[in-house]
Design a protein around this ligand. Structure first.
Ligand code: GLU
Length: 311
């Protein structure tokens, strides 16, 4: 595949490719604010999932969306992970360094007629509920978006370790997927798929808010001819009114100076038995115990977002 050749040329994946690891997980925060409890649950859950299986755990800073980036947030997130004892393998990857990879993937899709330029604005697509099936642009844009064509009747099914067998009707529920935005930024969907492939990620363990993106990512993986990792979507921490606790919603940052209370709350949110990790006064000891005690079968489903469960 051409995309693999481009990855090798960029030398981005030299340490990872072509060996296929047994287990390589990742935590991929967007630098939109400090780590909060919701992101700690995702970080701890993916760290434990990897470490309990003797796997690797990578960290990737997802900073393609410059409009949402908070200066200094990425470094603060990394420092918080260190303080919480969640040490990673290899170098931290930053998406802002990887334009060449995304460009190669985009060119491959355009060259094969699987992607196309689109001048439609948000308001052009409003009558169709924001779902793009055909270009209806009222005026040309300076920079067109690039979309991945989703043919009619595209159904993607996949298995999630927590949520079971899921399906999404991609054409009707999502429409043609944006790969590069009209402001020139790479879309999250393209960057995440290219990076997971380039880094040889075997297991995606992340918050259930991203279940809704999984089918389109699998569709894009198939278009690029790259492997689909295994998926485990962790429960979301909701605020008092039942809303997702989001980094941009000024959720309280964690106290990295006193990590054990927050780790214990995150452990309970992962459905794990609290008695098994009590009585340990330091972070590394706590994490060692937690790694031994971690039981994937206890991961709760939490509130069920889309897509639909079929079994
Ligand atoms: N960067 C995304 C976020 O912070 C996570 C992406 C992923 O895990 O696939 O919500």
């Amino acid at each position: 595949m051409k995309i693999w050749a481009a990855m090798l040329e960029c030398n981005v994946m030299a340490p990872d490719f072509p060996t296929s690891p047994v287990y390589r997980g990742r935590f991929a925060p967007s630098p939109t604010g400090p780590l909060h409890l919701g992101s700690l649950v995702a970080a701890l859950g993916s760290w434990l999932h990897a470490r309990a299986r003797g796997g690797e755990w990578r960290v990737r800073i997802e900073d393609v969306d410059r409009t949402r980036e908070v200066p200094g947030a990425a470094d603060a997130q990394l420092e918080a992970l260190r303080r919480f004892g969640l040490h990673w393998d290899g170098e931290v990857v930053r998406q802002s360094d990887r334009d060449g990879l995304y460009q190669a993937a985009l060119e491959e899709l355009l060259g094969r007629g699987l992607a196309f330029e689109c001048h439609c604005s948000r308001s052009d697509l409003e009558p169709a509920g924001g779902i793009h099936r055909a270009c209806v642009a009222s005026a040309p844009r300076d920079i067109p978006a690039i979309r991945l064509r989703v043919p009619d009747d595209t159904v993607v099914t996949f298995d999630d370790a927590v949520h079971g067998h899921l399906m999404q009707r991609l054409d009707a529920e999502v429409g043609d997927v944006v790969l590069r935005r009209a402001d020139g930024c790479w879309a999250y969907q393209l960057a995440v798929v290219v990076d997971d492939a380039a880094q040889g990620i075997t297991d995606i363990v992340r918050g259930a808010d991203l279940l809704d993106s999984t089918a389109r990512q699998i569709f894009l993986q198939r278009a690029l001819g790259v492997p689909t990792p295994r998926h485990t979507h962790l429960p979301l921490i909701l605020d008092d009114e039942g809303r997702k606790l989001s980094k941009s919603l000024a959720a309280l940052p964690l106290d990295a100076a006193d990590p054990l209370p927050a780790l214990s709350v995150a452990w309970a949110a992962l459905g794990q038995e609290t008695g098994l990790v009590g009585g340990c006064g330091n972070v590394d000891g706590w994490l060692a115990r937690a790694t031994t005690a971690f039981d994937e079968s206890r991961l709760p489903r939490g509130a069920q977002p889309s897509p639909h469960r079929t079994t």
